[in-house]
Design a protein around this ligand. Structure first.
Ligand SMILES: Cc1cc2nc3c(=O)[nH]c(=O)nc-3n(C[C@H](O)[C@H](O)[C@H](O)COP(=O)(O)O)c2cc1C
Length: 217
């Protein structure tokens, strides 16, 4: 019984990757971690070529990844939130699971969960609720496929301006936009999943819930 965890974050060993792995580890089950940047996955063409065959007509890695999702007992999807919503790589992966829907509902009933890393702090009134938007995109996919969505891990990530080299001079710096006029690269610092007890606890709880749902299935 394998639990599949997928990260759409392009950053090597990113917060998203590590949080997805934490959920997988907490299941105590056999798991597989997929980094989407290792594969080529085009978005859905909406051609309906998958309706009779449950197989996409786009001959890229999306076919193999959909097969992995089909054979997995549970699915964790992780992404980040460029411009306040789920990143396009993770979204394309989700769209390419559409072939699993027709006639059979191959994902229906499976436990699932989301991991979202975002830079906008929760409750920031002047910017869109990126974390919620990202979670919604994953949760609503799972809802529409009849999956058993068990929860989401929200990780505080890093605005890219922290490491671009111009964060304290740039007139478009996201650092002051997010944290106020006096904020600097140094005062904000780098956010890591490992320093976020709430996110760690949520990841572990989600893993346990996935295992519990599979045990009682
Ligand atoms: C082009 C770009 C735009 C971004 N825009 C937003 C945004 O609108 N809201 C937000 O919360 N984070 C935004 N971010 C920050 C990412 O969510 C952040 O880098 C996240 O920590 C990446 O996750 P990772 O550490 O797992 O790679 C943006 C990042 C990039 C690269």
């Amino acid at each position: 019984m394998k639990v599949l965890g997928v990260s759409g974050s392009p950053v090597r060993d990113s917060n998203t990757d590590r949080a997805v792995k934490a959920v997988l580890n907490a299941t105590g089950l056999e798991t597989e971690f997929i980094k989407l940047t290792d594969y080529t996955v085009a978005p859905c063409n909406a051609c309906l070529g998958c309706v009779q065959t449950n197989r996409c007509v786009i001959e890229d890695d999306g076919i193999m990844l959909a097969e992995k999702a089909k054979s997995a007992a549970a699915l964790i999807v992780g992404g980040f939130t460029p411009y306040s919503t789920l990143d396009s790589r993770t979204k394309a992966f989700i769209e390419r699971l559409y072939p699993l829907r027709h006639q059979h509902g191959y994902m229906a009933g499976k436990p699932g969960g989301a991991v979202i890393t975002s830079a906008v702090p929760p409750g920031c009134a002047s910017l869109p609720p990126a974390a919620d938007m990202g979670v919604n995109a994953i949760q609503f996919y799972m809802m529409e496929e009849g999956m058993n969505f068990l929860g989401a891990v929200k990780v505080a990530g890093n605005v890219p301006c922290i490491r671009c080299g111009h964060g304290d001079q740039c007139t478009m710096s996201g650092i002051t936009m997010l944290y106020g006029a006096d904020a600097t690269v140094e005062s904000v610092g780098v956010s890591s999943f490992e320093h976020q007890p709430e996110a760690i606890a949520t990841a572990e709880e989600l893993g346990r819930q996935i295992a519990g749902a599979l045990a009682s299935a």
